[in-house]
Unconditional design. Structure first.
Length: 334
């Protein structure tokens, strides 16, 4: 039986501060078949200092005259925006999720009924933040970009001590470069995380270009996949360039669903679809020439050919030396 991967379509801040664009992103995520569509909830004043520099990828994708604080101010969603997006998600039958970046945002989302919490990579060393989310005792998805195993261990300990059971935590392997170079993905680290922390579910948050890496992650055991998407990669904004467009998101979801089925249950046995080929493709012991009743079967008068409806060739040694009980023509099954 295949295990269903939770696919999170990360709208993030790709709405560029527009509620209408955010709604279109929900439409696209639902159309693609994603399980969740995720936004980001923050107040710039509580997230960054006014003098904080932008990341290199943000500098390339936004105005050089704009600080990180100013950039984030333009990307905020109001409480009313959140309510409108949650309503639309219900209408579209897709789960709403948002990452909170500060305590006020946690309270806002909790008040709106959110009961799954996505901790972004940048907050993995934020002790007060981890305690606040851990105290809720609900499901947590923890991204681990820029972290080592020791930091992951520390954050898990904080979350558990704050009140969240380990079975409710999924740890996502992640690289925070946008886009992530293929040589830096290190997808096997996801399996290392699973081995290091018994009882933890693992997944993958992807920032590469294309869809092949998250598909590979599912084959390696990811239970959650998170992937940024946008309406148009050419839009101005910090995350568009490392995002999928709607048609690509749809292709990724389809491919992951195929891989889920293809993984199977691990038991090696003939599948129902191939059973009909067994008698056609396998072989039987047949007469290599005319054989008279009473003759002894030898390696000279027997051979092996299709179809596989007679005595299987694995019984060759049993047949050699036996006596024919009737006449056989060439190619007759023994």
């Amino acid at each position: 039986m295949s295990i269903k991967t939770v696919i999170i379509a990360e709208a993030g801040v790709n709405h560029n501060g527009s509620l209408d664009t955010a709604k279109l992103l929900i439409d696209a995520a639902a159309e693609a078949g994603a399980d969740m569509v995720k936004f980001q909830t923050f107040k710039a004043a509580k997230l960054v200092t006014r003098g904080a520099e932008k990341a290199e990828y943000q500098q390339k994708a936004t105005s050089i005259n704009q600080s990180q604080y100013e950039m984030l101010q333009n990307l905020e969603l109001s409480a009313e925006d959140h309510k409108a997006l949650i309503r639309l998600c219900k209408d579209k039958n897709i789960a709403f999720l948002s990452t909170a970046f500060d305590h006020d945002s946690i309270d806002l989302l909790a008040g709106l009924g959110q009961n799954v919490w996505k901790i972004p990579s940048g907050e993995i060393t934020n002790l007060p933040y981890l305690r606040r989310i851990g105290s809720l005792g609900q499901e947590i998805i923890l991204s681990t970009g820029m972290a080592d195993l020791g930091e992951i261990e520390d954050s898990l300990q904080v979350l558990e001590e704050a009140g969240t059971n380990r079975k409710n935590i999924t740890v996502l392997h992640c690289n925070t470069e946008y886009p992530t170079p293929m040589q830096d993905v290190n997808l096997r680290a996801m399996q290392t995380i699973k081995a290091a922390f018994p009882g933890i579910k693992v997944g993958y948050s992807d920032h590469t270009q294309g869809i092949e890496v998250p598909i590979a992650a599912v084959a390696l055991g990811a239970t959650v996949i998170e992937k940024h998407f946008t309406l148009d990669r050419n839009m101005e904004g910090p995350d568009h360039k490392a995002s999928l467009e709607p048609s690509e998101l749809k292709a990724m979801v389809k491919a992951i669903r195929n891989i889920e089925q293809a993984m199977g249950d691990g038991i090696k046995r003939p599948s129902p679809s191939e059973m009909k080929n067994k008698p056609i493709v396998r072989k039987s012991i047949v007469a290599a020439c005319s054989i008279k009743k009473g003759e002894v079967f030898t390696e000279e008068n027997l051979t092996v050919k299709r179809p596989g409806t007679g005595i299987p060739p694995m019984r060759w040694d049993e047949v050699i030396g036996q006596t024919a009980h009737k006449d056989y023509m060439v190619d007759d099954l023994i």
